[in-house]
Design a protein around this ligand. Structure first.
Ligand SMILES: Cc1cc2nc3c(=O)[nH]c(=O)nc-3n(C[C@H](O)[C@H](O)[C@H](O)COP(=O)(O)OP(=O)(O)OC[C@H]3O[C@@H](n4cnc5c(N)ncnc54)[C@H](O)[C@@H]3O)c2cc1C
Length: 557
């Protein structure tokens, strides 16, 4: 008797991540003028090819590599050198050459430049082992320096931060979090004092510093004599190395041993008299560093959607190849229903993230109206918080869509879930962002501007299902408004802020799906756009509940 031929399952395949993504291409056709799209499309195509080909292969081969910190050389000198992984080196080269940070500063296509940049980043991110972390901070630092208006620092750093030459390109860190708190940075203990030569010297310990291989960082420290709290902190510019290549009085204590983002070297570091320059005034640092957060939260939103797209692309490919009960998984109605749910959450996250991208582009090109400015203000925290939560949920479901294989490390799949789990934590946790969105005085006016936008779209719609779905989104916003009016008590407002922010986010996503379906019906006749709106409308949009903060305390007692 011959033994049966062993069964070997073929793995999921990735193709060109641009040409395979019909939804992305449709959205770009809708948003970019044809002449702009013609000019940039070859870049998208090349990045899509890299992401689904060479970079993806390298990522799988590179799976076990991690950054290595060498603190001492053979002769006992403290060196604190970090060697990053092979994929990170390749990613750094590609990022500079493709202008992943440079594009919005070159601003060749006006406010569309942000769309150009972030569509490339969206394609690049899932195959980059989160190299987008230093890119986000670099972009944020460039924007913050430009807004800060310190001409000497702009002249010194911007040409490097936005260089397309890998030998000249710098990345930047953002050193804010201390062990006293990342959310409440006003508690930071780092100090700044002038030395005998009048230079600022920083002392303190920064507890989470990613991109520690960067050439510079923006950081916060309290000039001696300043008041406690965030307003007493000042924003400083620090170069990590001196001209001879020695560390700028910085000690890297250790690299964090993290759940995910393990290719990102995240360090604890001590500033032991690091020479720094004040970016603007010697106080109000938490306010001055805000432009950085607007940019990094936009990157977070785009990379959340990008992770989701990768999960869905892999799960769809696998579903076509894997069989069960006499059919491919793709043909099993419940598996297809499950994947369709992931596809719709991915589109919703994409649309909200790129709504933020568009508004950021308009802001930078000085083409933003007052109501758009109000929308940008609340969208920044809301897009970040909701897309990050969606990414974790979709990555978890992606793992399950592979069955046991999804749980096995050398498929490269578990990494997706672990990496996605950082998205709701860094750049502001869900709760902190929800409070930022909902508790500020301008929330009410932003909600009014958003309602206007919803009502305008409603008046243009002609197909009944879309009209009904749009009414659902309008009603959800109205319920948030009523909730806010009803709850004047600070504790109740805080306790419900996450539910309120998520409700606004889901209503906004529904509106964007409807808007795209409306456009698609007239321009590319893609039935999936209306199906996406329909399916999303069937999920909970309004998440509000009148729950008592006292009951929460009771439950925790
Ligand atoms: C991989 C990784 C890399 C990082 N890289 C960097 C970096 O490069 N630079 C940098 O500066 N930081 C970095 N961070 C730090 C990150 O920004 C902080 O961890 C984050 O802001 C949260 O701060 P915390 O850890 O001090 O948590 P805490 O602020 O202690 O929060 C703990 C919990 O309390 C909740 N909470 C806090 N305040 C409130 C409130 N008012 N109401 C309700 N809930 C609240 C939070 O939502 C959270 O769930 C990194 C973190 C990670 C995981």
């Amino acid at each position: 008797m011959t033994s049966p031929v062993p069964f070997v399952q073929s793995p999921p395949q990735l193709g060109n991540q641009y040409s395979d993504d019909a939804f992305l291409r449709s959205w770009l056709r809708r948003k970019l003028p044809p002449e702009v799209l013609r000019e940039v499309e070859s870049h998208f195509d090349a990045m899509g090819q890299l992401a689904g080909g060479e970079l993806y292969e390298l990522q799988l081969q590179d799976r076990l590599h991690e950054p290595v910190l060498t603190q001492w050389d053979a002769w006992g000198n403290r060196v604190d050198r970090i060697e990053v992984t092979p994929l990170w080196k390749r990613a750094a080269d590609i990022a500079a050459r493709e202008g992943l940070v440079a594009i919005p500063y070159e601003r060749k296509h006006g406010h569309y430049s942000r769309i150009h940049q972030f569509a490339l980043a969206y394609l690049f991110h899932p195959s980059s082992d989160v190299y987008t972390c230093p890119l986000a901070m670099t972009d944020g630092a460039a924007r913050t320096l430009m807004v800060g208006g310190n001409a000497a620092l702009v002249d010194r750093a911007i040409p490097h931060l936005t260089s397309r030459d890998p030998a000249q390109a710098w990345t930047s860190g953002q050193w804010m979090t201390e062990s006293t708190g990342g959310s409440d940075v006003g508690r930071s203990l780092s100090t700044a004092r002038r030395d005998d030569e009048g230079r600022w010297r920083l002392h303190g310990k920064k507890w989470f510093t990613s991109a520690i291989t960067s050439q510079m960082a923006l950081t916060l420290a309290r000039p001696e004599g300043n008041l406690p709290g965030g307003s007493g902190l000042a924003m400083f510019y620090v170069e990590t190395h001196d001209a001879a290549g020695a560390l700028n009085h910085i000690r890297i204590e250790r690299l964090k041993d993290k759940l995910g983002t393990r290719k990102v070297p995240t360090a604890e570091l001590v500033l032991d008299g690091s020479i720094a320059e004040l970016v603007s005034e010697p106080c109000n640092g938490t306010r001055h560093i805000e432009p950085m957060l607007v940019v990094t939260r936009t990157w977070n939103s785009v990379t959340s959607a990008a992770f989701m797209r990768r999960g869905v692309a892999l799960a769809k490919s696998y579903a076509a190849q894997r069989s069960a009960f006499g059919a491919s998984l793709a043909q099993l109605p419940l598996h297809a229903d499950t994947l369709a749910g992931l596809e719709v959450e991915t589109r919703a996250a994409f649309l909200l993230a790129f709504e933020l991208v568009e508004l950021l582009g308009r802001l930078e090109a000085n083409e933003i109206s007052d109501s758009e400015r109000a929308l940008l203000r609340i969208l920044t925290p809301i897009a970040k918080l909701i897309t990050a939560k969606q990414a974790v949920a979709v990555m978890s479901e992606t793992i399950e869509a592979f069955g046991g294989a999804g749980y096995v490390e050398d498929t490269g799949l578990p990494l997706l879930l672990r990496d996605a789990q950082v998205l709701p934590i860094w750049e502001g946790t869900t709760n902190v962002l929800a409070l930022d969105a909902v508790l500020r005085g301008d929330f009410v006016s932003a909600l009014a501007a958003l309602t206007d936008r919803f009502v305008q779209l409603h008046s243009k719609l002609q197909q009944q299902p879309l009209i009904d779905q749009m009414q659902l989104a309008i009603d959800a916003l109205d319920q948030v408004r009523q909730w806010q009016v009803r709850n004047r008590d600070a504790a109740a407002l805080q306790a419900g802020a996450r539910r309120a922010a998520l409700s606004v986010g889901r209503a906004w996503q529904l509106m964007l799906l409807i808007e795209h379906a409306h456009w698609s019906a007239e321009h590319d006749n893609d039935a999936s756009a209306a199906a996406a709106a329909m399916r999303f409308a069937a999920t909970p949009i309004n998440l509000l509940a009148d729950l008592s903060p006292d009951d929460s305390l009771e439950l925790l007692r």
